[in-house]
Write a protein that binds this ligand. Sequence first.
Ligand SMILES: [Zn+2]
Length: 259
Amino acid sequence: MLRWLRQLFNTSPLEFDESWRPELVSGFQHWSLLSQAELDRMEMLVTRFMATIDWEAANGFELTEQIKVLIAAQASMLLLGLDLDGYDDVTSVIVHPANVRLRGNRPSGGGTFSSAPIVISGQAHYQGPVLLSWAAARRGARFPEHGHNVVYHEFAHRLDMLDGVTDGTPPLEDAAAMARWTAVCTAAYDEVRAQGSPVLRPYAGTNPAEFFAVATEVFFNQPHELCEHEPALYGELRSFYGQDPAARISRPRRHHQHG
Ligand SMILES: [Zn+2]
């Protein structure tokens, strides 16, 4: 494998570039929470992502090394505990400076469709590119406590697509794991659609694929809240991702506001 990579890039063995580190430490909150063993694997994943992904800048946007590495690290977080070292079927990552306006028919939640233009912060195409808003990706990396992360969201879709179906169920170990996953996710999804959720935003009720992508964002960003309100769902995501973000992130303190 290593020899193949060397031949492919006609270069020395791939190595983590130390100049990336300050950006990761200051710009990506989750980076500093990782153990040394996790950092070792993350460095390998980030290096691989940086080297193997084709990057495209939209609208004359100046795509810097710092921007790329922050996106690479967020995408790699999802792989940290998986038996998977990269997103081999992602053809490219297209970075827009901010949100993008799209037209055309699309699901608008609750089984209805809309042709009104919508503004998106990201999009994942099956066996194609991933589109991202840099403004949203930067915000998600810096302020995980807000719960949103467009990179986690779009790359969760890519994991979901690995089995060829975008249905909210990524490839799982065996039939028993699949049965458990389906039961837990269906119950939580039905609940979001029927009465909403204190932790999963309404967009999770659009369809099972969006449910998995939104649940992934909350799993990594607000693990204690997810664990409290949806313990079974938290357990399924923990066993799929092979990570326990609640053990990594300290419990949020209640805000006391005056006035
Ligand atoms: Zn989505």
